[in-house]
Design a protein around this ligand. Sequence first.
Ligand SMILES: [Zn+2]
Length: 251
Amino acid sequence: MLKDLLSGSDPAAPIAGEGSAAHPAIESEAEVRSEREARERVCELCRHLYTLGWASGTGGGFSLREGHRIFVAPSGVPKESIRPEEVFIADLQGQVLSAGHGRISACTPLFLHAYHLRGAGAVLHSHSLNACLASLVCAQRHGDGYVFRIRGLEMVKGLQGGHVDEPYDIPIIDNMPYEHELADSLEQAMLAFPRSNAVLVRGHGVYIWGRDWVHTKSQAECYDYLFAASVRLREHGIDASVLGRSHPRTP
Ligand SMILES: [Zn+2]
């Protein structure tokens, strides 16, 4: 199953990090360049998350996948100042192949679910205030749990599988004392809501993934816009989960 999901990967191929450790001489120039670029990309995206206010106070995180290797930011460090050599490289079981600074992100078990269950090419964890507030202010009962539901806004079309006139549900899971303790409920939410590329964590933030880092970034921007819009509409007494073309305007 993993083989099918991880498009572009050849499970028979050796993990570059492992191969290079045993045979440093055969590490190709392309592999070295690719690894350096991936490390720099993680740093660049972490700086971007911080600039957006999504990684304040050492929160948040980012990871991308290249074949059978994932590149992960370190845990509990200022995300705006991570250097390429501080980025961890791990395999798809979470085993560290190349240590970075301190500890690997506590989000790693959650990132791995996005790689395994959804074939993601990159995953981010945001502590965006918009996501945090939306998970509290806009939560709606759905079965035994809660969802954030949005419809009627143009930006819904930016979400994978989103249609402006149809409700779009994003699952909300309960927060836990430690990040890794969210892994099981995040996995269940991913399985229960296959259309959503995001899982909100109540009073905490959101996990968002995509085909690659570009797709993940654009999905995150769309989701965050919708979280912000929904919270602000709520302040005006408008429920963004029932918006539509026929929705009456406010006086
Ligand atoms: Zn967090």
